[in-house]
Design a protein around this ligand. Structure first.
Ligand SMILES: Nc1nc2c(ncn2[C@@H]2O[C@H](COP(=O)(O)OP(=O)(O)OP(=O)(O)O)[C@@H](O)[C@H]2O)c(=O)[nH]1
Length: 593
């Protein structure tokens, strides 16, 4: 008895189709929709507002192997707008509206930037999905078996094609595994909760489509029974797809109802540009079946709809309702419902840190997906907001201490003119814009690495490098003011503008210039013979022919040399450093530590 109660309560899962541009998202949806036209009996596929309902009977009719399998999922509701923009924009209770997804991958093109992005978004939202490896009919030499299940059509193909399919399949499995997903061809999947199924299909010939729908049902059944066992009797909860003016009706809302029931006369709450509003459902409309469209009104009036369902809502005061707003049937505590709506409009599930980036995106969903990916890459976010990049965002970014985070990442959202002016004028504020999350992050990481290297280089450039030199015989060109002598760089790298000392610490003077083959140079490598000018030294007093001298190293520089730069120094330079520091540490054991 408990079981039948559960069966009655499970609702239709909502499905979104994602994938790279032109990989065949719309064609797949068209194919699924197209299979309905033939029949208008109960169980036929029906057009909803903004969505298409494929009832379980229709899927059973397509697939002979599913006839006998007991299934409690009533069908699948496909959102008509494909792509990850729709997926991330359409939200329910702070998460994605779609319960499941299909990621379409063109078998001939494989993974493309937006394929990876779709997968990252789905991972971020923890949405279960299936991969549809599409356009199999385009594989050279493919023998079409219209509407056949994949295994039937696969068996008809010659060995070369079968091999090609396997190779392509394993390439995709490999790519998915690199991204951390465990996948297999659908007929080899043992547990849908552990393995992601790959279904080869063609939207043009219908091959594999029944398998795809069956796998989606399997996924819903195994993986989602709990989350789909919702209160279809409760007050309706939905998401507004669009606010549309309809002739004779005024402003209406296209809504996907994902939970509960919505009836004419119900009081509902929504988010509008003026805050939360309350209104009463005047009528609920569904599209008329195709054949009646020409003779009658475009819509059919219904008294009540049950989740999941796409419906048009007519009610007073809808003109300022925000697309993407939650819709809530009001029963009981009105204030609690209003608070919930406010929270859903604002809430984004990300941890903000003090030292992190400023990020902007066009929708809350996109913002969350971007945050998630940044978090996976251990990049912190300091401010995350929806909307175009403003002056205020740039000023906020400017206050960030770490120079590597002083940037704004803008996903699918423009710069306001005053912000663009600041960027143009100062040339210091960096704004990364992009329409593909991972490319946007990659562009930032590339810049960050370059910046890091440049900062390190700059830091190292200011550090005095150790060197040991010897004044060569017969090479005193000038006794003093300055003393000019020929020296050999024994170890290390000799640079201008350093002080020279003896090993016992006695001062010699300041090395002002270096000359190599009659030309002034900034530095001289180990082994080279150069002439140097030493200010403040007189040969015969502070230094003499044959003397071995060292570049004097300040304590602070020794710390950087030993702790951060050691691996960048040559063996010779390391040796001088050691000789120099041991001399210092004889007197002061913790010198430079
Ligand atoms: N042969 C063959 N062509 C296909 C198949 N699916 C899609 N196509 C073709 O691929 C092209 C792109 O298909 P769409 O369905 O528009 O792709 P999309 O992913 O919706 O494209 P966007 O909405 O622009 O991102 C069209 O020319 C389709 O006819 C298929 O299964 N077989």
């Amino acid at each position: 008895m408990a079981k039948s109660a559960k069966i009655a309560k499970i609702r239709t899962p909502i499905v979104c189709v994602l994938g790279h541009v032109d990989h065949g998202k719309t064609s797949l949806l068209d194919r699924i929709r197209g299979s309905s036209v033939v029949s208008s009996e109960a169980g036929a596929i029906t057009q909803h507002i903004g969505a298409t309902l494929v009832p379980i009977e229709a899927i059973r009719a397509m697939s002979t192997s599913m006839q006998k399998i007991p299934v409690t999922v009533p069908g699948l509701l496909f959102i008509d707008t494909p792509g990850h923009h729709a997926f991330t924009t359409l939200r329910a209770r702070g998460g994605a509206l779609a319960d499941m997804a299909i990621v379409v991958v063109d078998i001939n093109e494989g993974f493309q930037p937006q394929t990876i992005e779709a997968l990252q978004i789905l991972r971020g939202c923890k949405t279960p999905f299936v991969v549809a490896l599409t356009k199999i009919d385009r594989v050279h030499g493919w023998r079409v078996v219209e509407n056949a299940p994949f295994l039937t059509t696969f068996a008809q193909q010659n060995e070369r094609i079968q091999e090609f399919m396997e190779t392509r399949h394993y390439e995709i499995v490999g790519k998915l595994s690199d991204l951390g997903f465990n996948c297999e061809r659908f007929d080899r999947v043992q547990d849908f909760a552990r393995n992601i199924a790959i279904v080869p299909i063609s939207a043009h010939t219908g091959e594999g489509i029944a398998d795809l729908l069956m796998v989606m049902i399997g996924l819903a059944q195994r993986y989602m029974e709990q989350s789909l066992a919702m209160s279809v009797d409760g007050p309706g909860c939905g998401t507004v797809l669009e606010v549309k003016e309809e002739r004779g009706l005024g402003p209406t809302l296209d809504v996907i109802l994902y939970d509960g029931t919505l009836s004419v006369g119900d009081e509902i709450m929504l988010a509008s540009e003026d805050g939360v509003i309350t209104t009463k459902v005047r009528s609920l409309l569904k599209p008329r079946p195709m054949k009646e469209i020409l003779t009658e009104e475009r819509f059919e009036r219904v008294k009540s709809v049950v989740a999941a369902s796409g419906v048009k809502v007519a009610a007073p005061n809808l003109d300022r309702v925000i697309a993407g707003s939650p819709l809530r049937g009001v029963r009981g505590d009105r204030e609690a419902v209003a608070t919930q709506i406010r929270q859903e409009m604002e809430e984004i599930h990300v941890k903000l840190v003090e030292d992190g980036l400023v990020i902007k995106a066009d929708t809350i969903g996109a913002l969350e997906a971007l945050c998630q990916e940044l978090e996976n890459k251990e990049i912190g976010v300091m401010r995350a907001a929806v909307g175009p990049v403003s002056r205020h965002d740039l000023i906020t970014a400017e206050t960030i201490k770490n120079p590597l985070y002083k940037v704004v990442l803008a996903f699918n959202t423009p710069l306001l003119p005053d912000a663009a002016d600041i960027v143009k004028e100062t040339k210091q504020m960096k704004v990364f814009s992009g329409r593909v999350i991972y490319q946007l992050i990659d562009a930032y990481l590339l810049w960050r690495d370059q910046q890091k290297r440049a900062m390190e280089q700059q830091k190292f450039e200011n550090i005095i490098i150790p060197a040991k030199i010897r004044i060569m015989p017969n090479c005193v060109f000038h006794q003093s003011n300055p003393a000019v002598v020929g020296v050999q760089v024994m170890e290390g790298k000799l640079r201008t503008d350093v002080n020279l000392v003896h090993l016992d610490g006695r001062k010699v003077g300041h090395l002002k210039t270096i000359e190599l083959s009659l030309e002034n140079v900034h530095e001289a490598e180990e082994g080279s013979e150069v002439s140097i000018a030493i200010e403040g030294a007189t040969i015969g007093r502070q230094a003499d022919v044959g003397d071995i001298l060292f570049v004097d190293l300040p304590e602070r520089h020794v710390k950087v040399l030993e702790k951060e730069m050691l691996s960048h120094l040559t063996a010779g330079t390391q040796a001088v450093l050691e000789e120099f520091t041991s001399m210092k540490r004889k007197v002061e054991p913790f010198w430079g530590k």
